[in-house]
Design a protein around this ligand. Structure first.
Ligand code: HEM
Length: 514
């Protein structure tokens, strides 16, 4: 889930702000130089030399490269663990599977917390009152346990089967209608996103919602994500005086989010207080588990704004991540028609003429291999997964203080030639033969980490897997996918938004199967 990591996407565009701020920074530098040196030197991992106060911010901004590219280039020079100083923030970046295992599995408890947040994020996380943002401790345990046991366990998931079935029908119908109106061409991400958003909305609020409400809800969520994009003053808080307009804007967006979502919370509350009174209400929802949730160490129940935050986390956690996986998946099936054909044959052989059901995935080893390869090659949140240490510790002989971000750069692992044969190639066969299998939870060894590993591993892993298998299988069962414009070559470069999406949003041709 990308709200978990900094996107840095807008950093280069803030470059012009750095120069006028320089004078301000220099005066602070004088102050800094007059300070006494600290008694004990900390032995941090190596990294590019930076300037006082701003650290490596200038280099990153001036490089003109996307931040993930910049990080990727550094690992060639500094090895599997290195340090970047982004203003007042220190990032220690890990790019090696063994080190990830040491940090997140062997020393899992130490690296299970999150670093301090910037003020904007604190507003939208109700001061760290979400599973993702909570520091490792009682609040995190209570929220995570509730989400996993009451919503994401396999028995709970089964209860929402009808929601997924309806969403799949809607998806197929929308694709058919869009293709009919556009000579066979459809947008992939947008349609996949809509389908999964509808599923999560129904699970979250337990209310049937019309298309217009769904769209409005989506707009509100997107506005929040844009507001959360990091700004230069997140790294140089002394510049925050220049960003009062943006701070005011963040408060306005939060107000809009709360005012839009609270009426749905009230509607659901009334529906469960008076069963049968609301015909749009379904039998169970995430909200039902939150109304009376007793959180360890807190006397009060969650407030309405906190419920808004928790619902938003549920929706955001699973929407873009899953839709992004589908976009890359369809792109790979187009680029590798033999894989698409083999998958279609497996679907035909397994289900005959009826529609694919989510249980069918258990009997489709090739579908499972395609999805695993897809998550290896294109982990949707492949950028930095951000953790922090609960106590000072060491990794690879270097000191890891508690006030630094410990970031995991997962593509370096899932494309490591020491771990994978021909890692650049999209090749589901590697998983069919069993020669190159990988434990996706990382417990027995880390080779890929699309859902993270260790105590903070994505709690939605099971649900996300069901969604990706089902959606991909249905989309291939119903349609033959090819490039748009016909015979054109796909560009597989990515760009960092909330997740790592295709740089050129995928539009594809579909032909209904017989
Ligand atoms: C393909 C889909 C998904 C992908 C690739 C994905 C990926 C991730 C990743 C990489 C993390 C960070 C792990 C870490 O910090 O080490 C994470 C955390 C999280 N994800 Fe997902 N996720 C997906 C779907 C979902 C779904 C469907 C939900 C729930 C509705 C969800 C809820 C969360 C939450 C709450 C966390 C925070 C966990 C914590 O801090 O304890 N995710 N996810």
């Amino acid at each position: 889930m990308a709200s978990l990591s900094f996107s840095f996407a807008s950093l280069s565009s803030s470059y012009h702000l750095l120069l006028p701020a320089l004078a301000f920074i220099l005066s602070c530098l004088i102050l800094l130089l007059t300070q006494k040196p600290k008694s004990k030197r900390v032995n941090l991992p190596p990294g590019p030399p930076g300037w006082p106060i701003v650290g490596n911010l200038f280099q990153v901004a001036r490089s003109g490269k996307p931040f993930f590219q910049y990080v990727d280039d550094l690992r060639g020079k500094y090895g599997p663990i290195f340090t970047l100083r982004m203003g007042t923030r220190t990032l220690i970046i890990l790019t090696d599977a063994k080190l990830v295992h040491e940090a997140l599995i062997e020393k899992g408890q130490i690296f299970a917390t999150r670093p301090r947040e910037n003020p904007t994020r604190n507003i939208f996380s109700s001061n760290k009152f979400t599973v993702n943002a909570a520091v490792y401790g009682p609040v995190w345990r209570s929220l995570r346990k509730n989400m996993v046991q009451n919503m994401l366990s396999s028995s709970r998931l089964k209860g929402f089967r009808h929601v997924r079935e309806t969403a799949m029908e809607t998806l197929v119908n929308r694709l058919r209608a869009e293709a009919k109106a556009n000579d066979g061409a459809v947008w992939v991400l947008k349609n996949a996103r809509f389908a999964v958003f509808c599923i999560l909305l129904a699970m979250c609020f337990g209310l049937e919602m019309g298309e217009e409400t769904v769209k409005k809800m989506d707009q509100v969520m997107k506005k929040v994500l844009i507001t959360l994009d990091p700004r230069i003053d997140d790294f140089l808080p002394i510049l925050s005086v220049f960003f009062s307009k943006q701070r005011k804007r963040a408060l306005e967006v939060r107000k809009e989010q709360v005012e839009f979502i609270v009426p749905f919370i009230e509607k659901r509350r009334k529906a469960i207080q008076n069963p049968g009174s609301d015909e749009t209400a379904t039998s169970f929802s995430y909200l039902d588990t939150l109304f009376d949730l007793k959180v360890e160490g807190r006397k009060s129940l969650p407030t309405d704004p906190e419920l808004v935050t928790l619902c938003s986390e549920f929706l955001n956690g699973g929407t873009d991540t899953t839709a992004t996986a589908i976009e890359w998946g369809i792109a790979q099936l187009i680029a590798n028609p033999e894989v698409q054909e083999k998958l279609y044959k497996e679907i035909k052989l397994t289900v005959g003429n009826r529609k694919v059901d989510e249980k069918d995935a258990d009997n489709m080893p090739y579908l499972q291999a395609v999805v695993k390869e897809l998550l290896r090659k294109h982990p949707p949140t492949y950028f930095l997964l951000t953790h922090a240490a609960t106590e000072p510790t060491t990794l690879a002989g270097y000191d890891i203080p508690t006030d630094v971000n410990v970031d995991f750069f997962s593509p370096a692992i899932s494309e490591d030639p020491k771990l994978w044969s021909d890692p650049e190639k999209f090749n589901p066969e590697r998983f069919v033969s069993g020669k190159e299998d990988a434990d996706i939870t990382g417990v027995t060894g880390v080779k890929m980490m699309p859902f993270g590993v260790g105590r903070r591993i994505c709690p939605g892993l099971g649900m996300a897997t069901v969604h990706v298998h089902l959606m991909l299988a249905r989309m291939v069962q119903e349609f033959e996918w090819s490039a748009y414009p016909p015979n054109s070559k796909l560009d597989f470069s990515g760009k960092l938004e909330f997740t790592v999406v295709m740089k050129n949003t995928l539009r594809a041709m579909i032909k209904p199967r017989d």
